[in-house]
Design a protein around this ligand. Structure first.
Ligand code: MYA
Length: 184
């Protein structure tokens, strides 16, 4: 991954550990919000990503590229792929039970992704420091061992729950979340 200093953990960053109350290995994570463009099962045009965690600190997800995701004929749009990477990284940092948002997202596109492809995605955290989480993801074509088509590195920033209350119905969002409590 071609990664900038901004998405590289500093030497004092700590490695994440699975937290008590995290979903059991292999358990589906479920959407963090039913109308989320990335994971919402109630979104009419969303990516409908479903994910699970193998170990409580990383996430795997599958994204099926459909005709509505095209940029060039028959090929996935790069922005859609970036959205999928952003989402799977967001799902992985959600395991740490505090709300984070994307501050910076860097993406390498290594191979075109044809319509009909199942992109096997994986996201993990390389370190945490204060409010900052340094994350990475990859998307592989056709299988978890397939060729890498997309790589991403990201800096996510922890926010207070008020961040979401400014523009959204925070009670609705909180009501939807059942897997574990979020510490505001
Ligand atoms: C109940 C459920 C609720 C739903 C929750 C689920 C949500 C999941 C959603 C998942 C969906 C998928 C995910 C999505 O799509 S999330 C949606 C897309 N992202 C956003 O909308 C975020 C918009 N940005 C902001 O709101 C603010 O800028 C934030 C909150 C990020 C920081 O503003 P804030 O005023 O709070 O803090 P600060 O400015 O003092 O910065 C703090 C530190 O961070 C450093 N820094 C900041 N930005 C950058 C940058 N770009 N590159 C490098 N560094 C950066 C900064 O230098 C400073 O460092 P230091 O000086 O301390 O060393």
């Amino acid at each position: 991954m071609t990664r900038s200093a901004l998405t590289t953990p500093p030497p004092d960053a700590t490695r994440p550990r699975p937290l008590p109350g995290a979903p059991a290995p292999g358990a589906p994570l479920g959407p963090h919000y039913s109308r989320c463009f990335g994971c919402g099962d109630g979104h009419p045009n969303g990516l409908h990503l479903t994910a699970l965690t193998p170990d409580g600190i990383s996430v795997v997800a599958e994204f099926t590229v459909e005709e509505t995701h095209q940029g060039a004929p028959g090929l996935a749009h790069g922005g859609v792929l970036a959205a999928a990477m952003d989402e799977v990284i967001g799902m992985s940092v959600w395991l740490f039970q505090r709300p984070y948002v994307t501050g910076r997202l860097e993406t390498d596109y290594l191979a075109p992704v044809p319509v009909g492809t199942v992109l096997h995605m994986r996201a993990w955290c390389n370190g945490m420091s204060g409010r900052k989480a340094y994350l990475e993801a990859e998307g592989r074509i056709g299988s978890p061992d397939g060729p890498v088509a997309v790589r991403a590195a990201a800096l996510f920033i922890e926010v207070a729950m008020e961040h979401f209350a400014k523009h959204g119905d925070i009670q609705t969002i909180a009501d939807e979340h059942h897997e574990y409590e979020v510490n505001p």
